[in-house]
Design a binder for this molecule. Structure first.
Ligand code: B12
Ligand code: SF4
Length: 605
């Protein structure tokens, strides 16, 4: 039998803010969308004609950019389908470009929330052949059916029009009608396409669409209404979670309590988890949660829920299409807390209409009702496909041209004010949102090599050149040693440039280990290296750019020195390093001495 053409589905993870982690660097990047696509294709008999594979998470989550390109090419796909979220789209487009360079015959198909007609920079990328708007399963199936009909004859132009399918050079596609029944795509776990034992977590969509239509949100997607998974199928998924020993069931529904049959759904969730083997997590609206629902949620084993407050200002609420009844909100939150369920409340910073004063009132309000909640503050993203994206110009919203598309100016707030408000919220609540992890110096074993150690004082020798670009991990440490860093600016900068040119989406930690006097690491050297690090940007650079925690992003400088040196180097040097880098004292013990926020101690490397 001739080999069936390979369709490879790939979902790249949220990049980690630092290297390493135990036992696996990244958890939670479950390719559920790919699983649903494969499931419907299987049910329509397309696996007789195509081999549909999902790139294993262990590889997708750890390999660097070139490693992924190599791994994809090695498998020899005819079509590569990527799931695109804002955290992986730039990297996906880069990888697609390299695939096409290496093998122009490969076809690239994109789907996911980044694929909308108003997100032109993605569709303009020359490597993209096809892109799917909105719900993907039926469009994917029709595309494969059409490709099967062409029996290997290449050419996008030969394909018939398919609803929801954009193709380069073609007219805008007709709109795709929603599936209407979620059972058709449920469940990739039950069919053995995904394994809930991996990460001990099962993702469960019991509904698509949202009856609210908040203007900043893409949850409602292209669905006009809401449709759901049958009770029988929900129970089957929970039975599977029990068999696979999961610790968490994540309900992905846009708003869990929007369904008219919410009490019945809770009943199913309780009955599905009789031994409280796992916790449930979900997003919902606190308004409308009464004591009975809260009790059922406790019985089911919800431990935390996320609810949106977003803004307490009525004018802002009107502009975002989301009204809030504060008294009902408090009643719902209290009902949950009375049952021991913690409530994480979201505030959005940068909403049109909000001012410094109204955001402060929101923070003060949550501080007043603090026992009620944990606070989480997000900068507003002007997401593709949302009403705010469409109305950005009219509303006077300026935003980053690349993900996460943070708003940078509204008619009533500028970026400096937003930055300060985030700082105020952190202070009021005594927490740092999205805190950056401490530097990690130990290597982690995995499918890719996560460090390269170089001695700048010697010409590169066999044992200390970088590992080949395609074997490097996404989260990579470049470890440089020298007795005279002050004289090694350009060599050090050249190595940084090389690592980032090879794999531009690396989460890069540059460790500088001075031999002898640590003060040979000078502020000028750090400045040179930072300039090199930020010559190009990737997702985490944009993501952390509005964070008040200092110079954070995808790249980080770390200076390591023996603990015994700390007393000798003097505070001015330590302060100077803190402007640009973290400082790790090796062999340091627990100490009374007060360390500055950028100083850490580590027993060994
Ligand atoms: C789970 C989830 C997360 C997880 C991450 C999971 C992971 N992979 O690591 C967590 C909780 C960590 C998370 C975080 C965030 N998230 Co989130 N998250 C979701 C959620 C709830 C589910 C995603 C999912 O699996 N859906 C189920 C699948 C089946 O649906 P789907 O992805 O849309 O796929 C369908 C189509 O898009 C299409 N399709 C998808 N892929 C492909 C591929 C091909 C080839 C084809 C043909 C079709 C196709 O077909 C699929 C089936 O119909 C969605 C909302 C939602 N309900 O979808 C938000 C969502 C993805 N998140 C969103 C956002 C904004 C965030 C945050 C940035 C929020 C914040 N401000 O911090 C953070 C990111 C943090 C960071 N550090 O960067 C946005 C993304 C918008 C965008 N343009 O990408 C969404 C859509 C919600 C929203 N607000 O509108 N998130
Ligand atoms: S923010 Fe929540 S309630 Fe509003 S549209 Fe999105 S999912 Fe629905």
């Amino acid at each position: 039998m001739p080999r069936r053409p390979l369709v490879l589905l790939v979902q790249l993870p949220i990049p980690p803010p630092g290297p390493g982690g135990d036992p696996q660097p990244i958890r939670g990047n479950v390719p559920l969308a790919a699983g649903c696509l494969k499931l419907l294709a299987r049910r329509r008999g397309l696996e007789d004609s195509f081999c549909i594979e999902i790139l294993p998470a262990a590889l997708a989550n750890t390999l660097g950019d070139q490693g992924l390109v190599g791994e994809i090419l090695r498998r020899g796909p005819k079509l590569v389908g990527f799931t695109c979220y804002l955290w992986n789209i730039e990297r996906t487009v880069w990888i697609a470009g390299r695939l096409k360079e290496a093998r122009p015959g490969i076809r690239v198909l994109l789907g996911g929330p980044e694929i909308t007609s108003d997100n032109r920079w993605v569709l303009d990328a020359p490597a993209v052949d096809f892109a799917v708007f909105g719900e993907g399963e039926a469009t994917f199936v029709e595309l494969l059916t059409a490709l099967r009909g062409l029996a290997g004859r290449a050419g996008r132009e030969l394909l018939p029009a398919i609803a929801g399918l954009w193709r380069r050079g073609g007219p805008p596609p007709p709109q795709r009608a929603p599936l209407g029944s979620m059972d058709a795509v449920s469940s990739p776990y039950l069919e053995g396409i995904l394994d809930a034992a991996q990460d001990e977590m099962l993702l469960l969509e019991t509904a698509r669409g949202c009856r609210y239509r908040c203007r900043y949100c893409y949850y409602p997607k292209s669905y006009r209404g809401v449709y759901s998974l049958s009770p029988r199928q929900i129970s089957a998924c929970l039975g599977h979670a029990a068999d696979r020993g999961v610790a968490e069931v994540v309900l992905l529904d846009p708003t869990l309590n929007q369904r008219p049959d919410f009490p019945q759904l809770l009943d199913l969730l309780v009955r599905g988890n009789p031994r409280r083997q796992w916790t449930y997590s979900a997003e919902l609206r606190a308004e409308g949660i009464g004591p009975e629902a809260a009790r059922a949620m406790r019985k089911a084993n919800f431990q935390e829920v996320e609810v949106g407050l977003q803004s307490i200002d009525p004018q802002t609420q009107r502009l975002m299409g989301r009204r809030l009844d504060l008294a009902a909100f408090e009643r719902g939150a209290r009902a949950l807390l009375d049952e021991g369920i913690s409530v994480r409340v979201d505030l959005i910073l940068g909403l049109p209409g909000d001012t410094v004063d109204s955001v402060r009132r929101g923070i003060e309000y949550l501080d007043r009702v603090r026992p009620l909640s944990e606070l989480q503050v997000f900068n507003l993203s002007i997401l593709p496909g949302t009403a705010f994206r469409r109305q950005a110009r009219r509303l006077g919203l300026e935003y980053q041209p690349r993900p996460p598309y943070y708003v940078l100016r509204t008619p009533t707030l500028d970026v400096e004010q937003m930055y300060r408000l985030l700082e105020e919220a952190q202070q009021a609540f005594g927490i740092e949102f999205d805190a950056f992890p401490p530097p990690r110096l130990q290597a982690v074993a995995g499918p890719a090599i996560d460090r390269g150690v170089l001695d700048l004082d010697r010409p590169p020798a066999a044992e200390d050149v970088l590992p080949p670009a395609e074997r490097r991990a996404q989260a990579f440490t470049l470890w440089l040693r020298s007795a005279d860093f002050a004289a090694r600016h350009s060599e050090a900068a050249a190595w940084v440039a090389r690592v980032l040119a090879d794999n531009p989406h690396t989460t890069l930690q540059v460790v500088l280990e001075p031999r002898g006097d640590p003060r040979r690491v000078t502020p000028e050297l750090l400045e040179t290296l930072l300039a090199e690090c930020y010559r190009t940007t990737s997702y985490l650079d944009w993501y952390y750019s509005l964070h008040p925690g200092g110079l954070l992003g995808a790249k980080r400088l770390v200076v390591v020195a023996p603990w015994a040196q700390r007393r000798r180097v003097g505070m001015p040097w330590i302060e100077g390093i803190g402007e640009a880098a973290a400082l790790v004292w090796l062999g340091g013990e627990e100490t009374e001495e007060t360390l500055r926020p950028w100083e850490y101690v580590a027993a060994t490397t």
